[in-house]
Design a protein. Structure first.
Length: 283
């Protein structure tokens, strides 16, 4: 979990990526300006009624100084690789923690807190997205109980039109997870990456596949020589410097395990489709 937290914080901490995620998924238009974002504290410490000291950690949090409607708002992102049935309560706790800090800090005006949840699993989020959905409550009592809703986005199920709307490296991350879910080549993109190492660390952590980091030196060398680093170049790096380097069979197996289509493997390695199938022992 620590590896995933660090990897997600690294890529999402870039202001252009953070703003891109919010603008594309939540607002559907350019509301946040990257220049207005500032890093916020992801850990808060508080005491309960029992006087025990507790800490609360968030994945990533930003402060925003922009338009009056979003002045000094706190914006958070929580990354999930599995569906959490208690997520509405978790987000409620996170958001309350920020409001509590404002009160304790003596803020004259309490500013809003927004949290979004990014689901990177291969399952749609069918668990509760509001406090009401979690509660065993009679209909007659609903008007007396306060609800709390959360914003959840299923990254691997986003429409292509939405994915193409991203302007940062998150576009390649979203397309990777969607193609991977569909059993397609997840690295079939020629768009240049601004933060290739952060992207690959994120993918490696969230797929639990360290091979995505094997060709990092190859990519760094290419970037230093002035070459563009794309997801297609990532595939090339895996072939060139991967753990299975030097064996045609190993390269075929590596690409197949990484969800490359048979035709893509054939083209990438310049061998026939029949040869690919024979190596993989497919009919």
């Amino acid at each position: 979990m620590a590896t995933k937290d660090l990897a997600s914080k690294k890529i999402e901490d870039y202001n252009e990526v953070f703003a891109d995620i919010y603008n594309t998924l939540l607002f559907g238009r350019n509301v946040l300006c990257p220049d207005g974002l500032r890093a916020g504290a992801t850990e808060s410490i508080y005491k309960t009624d029992g006087r025990d000291v507790n800490d609360q950690r968030r994945d990533i949090l930003k402060k925003y100084h922009g338009k009056a409607s979003l002045l000094i708002s706190s914006l958070g992102i929580e990354n999930q690789t599995r569906v959490d049935k208690l997520m509405p309560l978790r987000v409620l706790g996170y958001d309350f923690g920020i409001y509590r800090q404002q009160v304790i800090g003596g803020e004259k005006k309490i500013t809003p807190v927004i949290t979004i949840v990014l689901n990177f699993s291969d399952r749609k989020w069918r668990a509760a997205k509001s406090l009401f959905e979690m509660l065993d409550i009679a209909p007659d009592w609903r008007e007396y109980v306060q609800d709390y809703k959360i914003h959840v986005f299923d990254i691997a199920f986003l429409e292509d039109q939405i994915i193409e709307s991203f302007t940062s490296d998150f576009r390649e991350i979203a397309m990777f997870f969607k193609r991977r879910r569909l059993g397609e080549n997840p690295l079939a993109s020629n768009r240049e990456l601004s933060h290739p190492q952060a992207v690959l660390e994120f993918i490696s952590a969230f797929t639990q596949d360290e091979r995505y980091l094997d060709g990092m030196q190859y990519l760094n060398d290419r970037k230093e020589r002035g070459g563009a680093v794309t997801m297609c170049e990532v595939a090339e790096a895996l072939i060139t410097q991967g753990k299975l380097e030097g064996r045609l069979e190993g390269k075929v197996e590596l690409l197949f395990e990484m969800d490359f289509a048979i035709s893509d493997i054939s083209e990438k390695l310049n061998i026939s489709v029949e040869k690919v199938k024979a190596i993989l022992k497919l009919d």
